[in-house]
Design a binder for this molecule. Sequence first.
Ligand code: GLU
Ligand code: ZN
Length: 492
Amino acid sequence: MSVRVRYAPSPTGLQHIGGVRTAVFNYFFARANGGSFILRIEDTDQERFHQEALDDLYETLEWLGIDWDEGPQKGGNHGPYVQSERFHLYKEYAQKLVDDGKAYYCYCTSQRLADLREEQQKSKSKYQGYDRHCQHLSVDEIAEYERQGIKPVIRLKVPLEGKTTFHDELMGDITRKNKDVSPDPVLLKSDGFPTYHLANVIDDHFMEITHIMRAQEWIPSGPLHILLYEAFGWEPPKYCHLPMVMGKDGQKLSKRHGSTAVHDFKAAGYLPEAILNYISLLGWSFDDKTEFFTKEELEKVFTLEKINKAPGVFDYKKLLWFNGQYIRQMSQEALRDAVLPFLISDEVVADPPTAEQEKIIGKMIPIIQERLKLLSDVSAMTRFLFQDIEAPTSDSLIPKKLDLAKTLAILVEGRILVEQMGDKDDEVLEAEYRDAAQRLEVKLGAILMPLRVAVTGSAISPPLFESIRLLGIEKTLARLDRVITQIKVEVE
Ligand code: GLU
Ligand code: ZN
């Protein structure tokens, strides 16, 4: 029997790192086993459904290169793959359970249920939840409710005795007393909408899912799902609940830790390859040491056996470093293509760039490639090459512990060095600047810093000599002259 797995998101918000981790594990597991990866949209909660969330889902999966074999847009033999298009099935099978005596109609009004809840809370009753009032309605009572036009829900009969066990590939057997399983949960609402449990089980069955890999927060639903499979007389799939994704503080990853939407990582200039690789390590490892995997490699080596029980820790710093490593490995063309949208949207270059701008881009790529951690840093790092910078304030030019007069001396000295720069290489230049630093009795850094700010307008530009070469001696001198004149007025 070939592996069939699914990612079954509810489109209620932007795709979260944790959700996408689930998608990624299912995808790699399918690929590594020559199986099928199915995408199913669980949109039964119409109030929380958002079209933007659905768009974001497709965009995110496409950006990461996670393609599905069956699902919306692709079709397949087990469709439709959107739950709101499968309502007739849920109705039919809920009714079937009623006919088989495994489920029943409940006519309780929301008022009765609210009163019940209040009473249970007041009396601190050990028994919380639905009281199974409608399980034994007489034919007459049912007829009366129907006559009043009350639309019933359908509830599952959960046995009061016994236990239910489900086996999790990772956690082992998980057993729950049936009386602790939620008492007679609703399967089909009065408006004909299924609940998550009903739709999820029916779909996994008819889509012939072999393995369910999903977040650990679904473990509590496990016993109920098993009871549903039993009620239908179906064989449940294998389960593997995935380890939690946590922040470094051991708390479930949330907005408190930083961005969690994959969309935001994309906007911040992360590469899909880096994100995909990093996500695959959140709760899985190949050999506890190898960290870099291409998508193609993961499609071969991913196994369930190597999923960890321990939570995956999402380390923002590590991911940033990871991204930098991926940027270093890109071809120059690929990096050019990747940074271009940022340069355009930050209005550093025109859309499309002019021939002049293209020339600068071509020259700067090898230099920024060594330094970029995020693609989006490209604009702040290189804007000075394309545009005249605003004259830096005198204050921003003063190195630590020095004053404006000394800063002026440094800039004047630096101007001479720049004028004589020619095509000397970095080593020679550094020696010259060191000599100058000695003459001025300051540290090397105290010379480089004001020059760099004067020339590039920012402290995160490429190193000074590279910046000057990219900008050209002439423009550099003009920028230096400007600040020198400005400071002279202030010092005198
Ligand atoms: N729609 C559920 C979710 O959003 C699916 C859970 C499952 O995989 O069973 O997480
Ligand atoms: Zn009832």
